[in-house]
Design a protein around this ligand. Structure first.
Ligand code: FFO
Ligand code: GTP
Length: 465
């Protein structure tokens, strides 16, 4: 149910700016605006045409707060689908807050995060996956992320899903009719047509499910944990990869106590390098917390880059490989072992021979972070670990984990429908699988949603969006 109150918020970024926008939306947006805004032209704001802009002053009990521009939108032709007003004022936080307070004094309440977009969704201006894409668009920080978010906000795959869902809904009503007439042996739903539709749905969903691996990479970057004993050169390597000095480099053991994260664009893909505290046993509490965190970062990474110091004894080198082996899962993670400081030793191959626990799929590189030797080969190896072969350039890409989960569930149920059609299972079982598929598809577009799901989605939005 849509809450009927009129909401207001500052929609521009916090802090000083040239201009700021205070937004007002809801049934009483125009009346509230009228109480605080005096246009230079005498005509009342509520009598003005929609989609017009007006110059005037905002007043609080007779005191002028600012000269502003007011934009008018009338339901249903606004972003939220409700009456809306935007006040563009001078950008001092003091002015913005005074205006907000005045609006509240006159009957508005402050908006929750994402509440404008939530209302746009509830009023049918966009479906749920489009609303989610609005947040992605605001957060986009690379050309690829921008492209997929914009595509999704403008309809993306949700219109296709909605269309297929609509057709499946037609079938379920026919099948349910058959169930009503179960005494008689009638078949209202054409099984050949239904099989065709099921296959269409299946191939779309499969394509979308497969796109997620890349979608996730585009949206979140590839997490790479750089791990190793202290002083092996992790920070130096990070700097070599970043080509700048952002992490702390020093020869004092345990300098990197906390987890430092930095992103770098390699071949159009964002990698998130996580420079971790070295793995070793320590009595220092703060340092051991850092080491704890190293293990948890290692588990979350898509690529684990183990750095070893070529200049150390073999036991110490193998010790770190043993810890990594215990922690990572090669089904979902790649291991790249880098033998660093090759400038210091004669025969790095000797180390390679004595490494314990390397597996066939693991990669081994010999580098010097300080001398920047073989950094390009390492970069190439990282890019190879990101599997992008499954997706074509023009394909729609799923970036949202909620959509991914719903699609996987929908695929499971559509597979059961398909099997059921082939093995001619009883109609009531078939109907149940179809209903389940409809449910999961509906979760994506928001045709099926709960307050909890909506709450979780919109709580992560900015205020004013
Ligand atoms: N000042 C301002 N800038 C903004 C937004 C906004 O709400 N205000 N937007 C959003 O936050 C984005 C633009 N999106 C918008 C989408 C729809 C409508 C809108 O009024 N749609 C109506 C009327 C369309 C028409 O003119 O015919 C509609 O869909 O019925 C406005 C903004 C980005 N920039
Ligand atoms: N000769 C040589 N020295 C290196 C190389 N890479 C790093 N070093 C040196 O090794 C020392 C430690 O480097 P860091 O990058 O601070 O090592 P770290 O692994 O981040 O160390 P912690 O933060 O203590 O865990 C520094 O003196 C670096 O200059 C290399 O390829 N060759």
């Amino acid at each position: 149910m849509i809450d009927q109150s009129t909401i207001c918020a500052i929609s521009t970024a916090p802090g000083n700016g040239a201009i700021a926008i205070v937004r007002l939306s809801g049934e009483h947006a125009l009346d509230i605006c009228e109480k605080v805004f005096t246009p230079v032209k005498s005509k009342k704001i509520s009598e003005q045409k929609a989609n017009t802009v007006h110059f005037g002053t905002i007043q609080d009990e007779g005191e002028i707060i600012d000269e502003v521009l007011v934009s008018l939108f009338k339901a249903p032709h606004s972003y939220t689908g409700e009456n809306s007003v935007e006040i563009a004022c001078h950008g001092a936080p003091f002015i913005q807050h005074r205006i907000l307070q005045t609006l509240i004094k006159n009957g508005a309440r402050t908006a929750n995060p994402g509440e404008f977009t939530q209302r746009a969704f509830l009023n049918g201006k966009m479906d749920l996956s489009q609303a989610e894409a609005v947040a992605d668009l605001i957060a986009s920080n690379s050309a690829a992320a921008h492209k997929v978010a914009l595509q999704q906000m403008r309809g993306g795959f949700s219109s296709e899903i909605a269309g297929l869902r609509e057709r499946l809904l037609n079938f379920i009503s026919l099948i349910e009719l058959e169930l009503d007439f179960s005494e008689e042996d009638v078949e209202f739903a054409d099984r050949t047509q239904l099989t065709k539709l099921v296959n269409e749905i299946k191939s779309l969903i499969e394509k979308l499910v497969n796109s997620f691996e890349l979608g996730n990479v585009i949206k979140n970057g590839v997490p790479v944990a750089i791990v190793g004993n202290t002083n092996v050169g992790k920070s130096t390597l990070l700097n070599a990869l970043l080509n700048e000095d952002r992490a702390i480099v020093s020869d004092i053991e345990g300098t990197t106590r906390d987890v430092i994260e930095d992103t770098i664009n390699l071949g159009g893909i964002t990698f998130r390098f996580i420079d971790t505290a070295g793995i070793r046993t320590t009595k220092d509490r703060i340092e051991s917390m850092g080491i704890e965190r190293t293990y948890s970062k290692m588990k979350q990474a898509q690529i684990v880059m183990l750095l070893v110091d070529a200049d150390r004894d073999m036991d110490r080198i193998n010790e770190s490989l043993v810890s990594v082996n215990k922690t990572i899962d090669r089904n979902s993670q790649h291991l790249v072992v880098c033998i660093n400081k090759i400038d210091l030793i004669e025969n790095p191959q000797e180390i390679a021979k004595n490494l314990i626990g390397m597996q066939a799929e693991d990669k081994l590189l010999f580098i010097s972070a300080k001398q920047k030797q073989n950094i390009d080969a390492l970069t190439a190896e990282l890019l190879k670990s990101v599997n992008m072969n499954k997706v074509n350039e023009q394909d729609v890409i799923v970036t949202n984990i909620r959509h991914f989960e719903a699609l996987k569930n929908a695929l499971g149920s559509i597979d059961r429908v398909n099997d059921g059609l082939q093995t001619q299972i009883p109609t009531d079982f078939l109907a149940q699988d179809i209903r389940e598929c409809l449910h999961f598809l509906g979760e994506i577009t928001g045709d099926i949603s709960t307050d909890e799901v909506l709450g979780n989605i919109f709580k992560n939005f900015c205020i004013g969006k």
